[in-house]
Design a protein around this ligand. Structure first.
Ligand code: BGC
Length: 408
């Protein structure tokens, strides 16, 4: 990571929560464009009337709502006081999950009876924006998004001071918790929608986050016990070469393994193996100051992702290494374009031109505006905003009337 220039956000809480506006002279050149304000506006703009959150408005393959992306976005919205938008996403998820209740129930039932399940029989990773299930050959069996949804819902209820689960969401919470309980230790596709025959460490982290949230929301000890089983599985089976590895089938590093600690707390940030993991991730995955997914990634040339660079910053914030956290923040801030867009990944065209071109030929240029990228930028800014003190680099302001409008 490059060394930081000392930007730390601070300020006061407005009635609507945190809204940040960076000042030009305290951040690096391009980041003057990268205001948290515009990221919040992007997240709100990419929310449909239905409450669904579009993964990317400018990339045809991403004109869907993923539970993974959407749930991190809802969490980011809660961090900046946009609870109404977050609630609308959770209401949409509740309806989408309600729409596939028979699919989930059958999967659990067949699993219990030991019947063979084809990935096509499994609940989807992504939905159409109206909440319907998309019938296509996407690698749908990815349980992490369901865990992340429960975790984000738990965070939403906490941050809005609600005890327990509102009655209208209870069925979905119980059903998803049962689904995770059943499939927690089943191989499935990972957070990158790849390698469907392995148990993935970051998927286990998301499942743990979901099960612990559900245990609390439903006051269910059995779910907590199941979460502890997942935690033991990570501790006992995911440590190889002195660090947490990518999956049951790969000793590689993977930047999504960062979520083991922040936010899902399967392990503490100071856990020795986790410290080694972070070092290995940085050593093997840094690209021009940002973080790539995993060493052999070829998707659009395997560039560096704002989502992951911000995740690393979030970890550094958790351990109090503010300079490192700010370096990550600045890298992300430097990758907004003049129109306030923040893409999925950067640098793949130089790192691996052949694979970059291969993907461009297949799907067109990579997503130039990824809602999840905005979300993780906002999450990192919000995490740094409570630091305060001498590093003042931004002010908290109320949104403009324009943004109030977008929020509706
Ligand atoms: C990523 C997923 C993500 C999806 C939509 C895929 O390329 O691998 O993690 O959910 O894009 O953003």
């Amino acid at each position: 990571m490059p060394s930081g220039t000392g930007l730390v956000l601070s300020g006061e809480r407005s009635e609507r929560g945190y809204i940040f506006a960076q000042t030009a002279n305290q951040v690096s050149r391009n980041s003057t464009r990268a205001t948290v304000r515009s990221s919040i506006a992007s997240m709100l703009r990419n929310q449909e009337k239905s409450g669904a959150i579009v993964a990317s408005p400018d990339f045809a393959e991403y004109r869907y709502c993923w539970l993974r992306d959407g749930s991190f976005v809802a969490y980011a919205l809660d961090q900046v006081g946009e609870h109404h938008a977050s609630a609308r996403y959770h209401e949409w998820s509740n309806r989408a999950i309600g729409g596939i209740s028979a699919l989930i129930d059958r999967a659990i039932d067949w699993h219990r009876k030991g019947k063979a399940l084809h990935p096509d029989h499994m609940p989807p990773a992504r939905f159409a924006l109206d909440g319907s299930n998309v019938a296509d050959d996407w690698p749908n069996f990815q349980i992490d998004g369901y865990g992340t949804w429960l975790w984000a819902l738990g965070q939403h209820l906490l941050s809005t001071g609600q005890d327990g689960v509102p009655t209208e969401w209870r069925d979905s919470v119980e059903r998803v918790a049962r689904y995770l309980d059943a499939f927690a230790l089943s191989p499935c596709f990972d957070v990158w929608e790849e390698s469907g025959s392995a148990l993935h460490t970051s998927t286990l982290a998301c499942v743990y986050g979901g099960l612990t949230a559900a245990a609390r929301l439903l006051d269910d000890e059995d779910l907590l016990t199941r979460a502890e089983t997942v935690q033991s599985r990570v501790r006992d089976n995911a440590v190889r070469l002195g660090r947490y590895v990518k999956s049951s089938e790969s000793d590689d590093v993977d930047a999504s393994v960062l979520w083991l600690s922040t936010p899902f707390r399967v392990v503490e940030p100071g856990d020795n193996y986790f410290v080694q993991t972070v070092q290995a991730i940085e050593a093997r995955l840094s690209l021009d100051g940002g973080l790539r997914r995993y060493p052999t990634d070829t998707y659009f040339g395997g560039g560096a992702w704002p989502v992951l660079t911000a995740s690393l910053g979030w970890h550094y914030r958790a351990v109090g290494d503010l300079d490192a956290a700010h370096s990550c923040l600045e890298w992300v801030a430097d990758h907004f374009d003049d129109d306030g867009r923040l893409g999925e990944q950067f640098g793949g065209e130089r790192r691996d031109p052949e694979h970059y071109r291969e993907w461009v030929n297949r799907w067109g240029p990579p997503a130039r505006d990824l809602t999840w990228s905005h979300a993780m930028y906002v999450v990192l800014c919000a995490a740094l905003a409570d630091v305060g003190g001498s590093h003042t680099g931004s002010a908290l302001t109320r949104p403009t009337s324009n943004q109030e409008e977008t929020a509706k």
